[in-house]
Design a protein around this ligand. Sequence first.
Ligand SMILES: [Zn+2]
Length: 332
Amino acid sequence: MLKVPKDFDSNIYSKWAEESIYTKKNTKRSKSLISCIYQRINKYGNKEIKKYFEIKSEVKTKTNVKLALEDRLKSEAVIKNLLLGNPAEISNIEVLKNNAALFKPYFTEGLYPKFRTEFGREINRMLGFRSCPYCNRAFVFTPIRNKEQKIASRYESDHIFPKETYPYLALNIFNLIPVCATCNLTKNNADIDFFNPFEDCWENEDNPVKFKWGYKNKSQNIIPKAEDIDVFIDYGNNNKFKCASEALGLDEIYKLHKSEAIDVVEIAQKYSDSKLVEISKYFDGSKNGILALKKDLLGPNLNPEEFHKRLLAKFIRDIAEDVGFVDRDDIL
Ligand SMILES: [Zn+2]
């Protein structure tokens, strides 16, 4: 699971939420996403919810327009916090939790599909993230057939806190991460909200999660065959990742990548240290020269911050470390 950078410019979303236009069917009346949510809560919210959002219906009279407008600005600031605040903190707010079912119509029905269509692609552009942070096995864009039956591309996003359980976080920009279609489907509404790719990753300094390989049978083959080896994920004592991996089926699916592990093992066996030293003499003979050769052999994007640019990059890097071809600290 790869770490997704969260230092992107969320002002783009803030501006969009304030200016996006939701036009009512068969009328010319239109409103922004924020005012749309405000009106829904004002109309259907219970007393407790209205209090939380500072919606005071008693000041909504013609004689008190100024006060009503001020109150509305306060309410909209509270709504804005649901769109741009820290989802981990928001998810714990009692009044929202207790009224979760009530929130569905305010944040999901009609609003989420439009948000997804208009802003989904923008989220991925802002993050610049290419492969799925959950599995690193597929890209975050996928082909779909549009209404005209033409093939178009779609960007998948997952709600870290599922929108079924936390509908008030359905439109929160930090609750959405780009993922592949398979992980989105497998995770569905699985309760792994304890795992947040904006905060956690496989490369955790103290307790990294690593892909490993080992011989299953005593092999006669110099270069192992798929039936000779096992590949597995070593979680150390990192239970959080183990649970998240189970929900996404990663242990099982990575067992199908033995041939990619063998490719790395083969490179390591063919290119011993002494052979690399010999070859590097044709270049500059330095340790950097040897590392550069290893990089050429293994391919690009094998440093943690680049993993998202290449499918299986984390897997390839880990197997290369496990077979002793590169060290954990090597910058490739
Ligand atoms: Zn995935």
